[in-house]
Design a protein around this ligand. Structure first.
Ligand SMILES: [Zn+2]
Length: 198
């Protein structure tokens, strides 16, 4: 029987996405074994984020400053907006450092099943950003799921009357992907997005 404190830590960790009860127990065991080395850093980091994390009023990203580091960076192209479903998508795209523009986080996707409509997402603020007139291009970077694509379609319609170029991430063959292993949806997308051989 573990002590109450250890049980409490295990169940708190088990609530994290990607960690079930078993992984949580392994993490706790590791922390117990390495407490002198690992715990102070972890405590400091947790304390730091709990004190300082804040949502950016402009784009919905999460940072320790508002506007966030991306919105405030003068080297970024504010004329190009990449619209994503979640903060994690900003982090994923920005880790790759492929996009030099700014972002807009919807905070989810349209879902009839979960009762999530346009008013539940940060769409009004997106339209406001675009209607101010300083945006040239909106990149719809929704997930390649049915709901993601429904959301992209809806946004494209709402953005139509604004003078912006609307683009979308290409979907198709993953790098290193073999045709034989792909699902039909991916294959169909890849075929539809075919282009001339250069
Ligand atoms: Zn921001």
């Amino acid at each position: 029987m573990a002590s109450q404190e250890i049980e409490a830590l295990s169940s708190a960790l088990a609530r994290l996405p990607g960690l079930g009860p078993r992984s949580a127990r392994r993490a706790v065991l590791w922390l117990v074994k390495n407490r002198e080395r690992a715990l102070p850093d972890l405590l400091e980091a947790l304390d730091g984020v709990s004190q300082t994390l804040i949502e950016c009023d402009t784009c919905g990203n999460v940072d320790t400053v508002n506007p966030c580091g991306i919105c405030a960076d003068p080297r970024r192209d504010a004329k190009a907006l990449c619209v994503v479903e979640d903060v994690a998508d900003v982090w994923a795209l920005d880790r790759a450092r492929l996009f030099q523009g700014c972002y807009h986080v919807l905070g989810g996707k349209l879902s009839a099943l979960d009762g999530i409509g346009p008013e539940d997402l940060n769409i009004t603020s997106l339209l406001e950003r675009v209607s101010v007139g300083e945006v040239d291009e909106v990149v719809l970077a929704m997930n390649a799921t049915l709901e993601g694509q429904t959301t992209a379609h809806y946004l494209a319609e709402r953005l139509e009357k604004h003078k912006v170029r609307i683009t979308q991430l290409a979907h198709g063959l993953p790098v290193g992907g073999e045709l034989d292993y792909l699902d039909e949806g991916t294959l169909a997308q890849a075929l539809r997005a075919r282009r001339p051989v250069s």
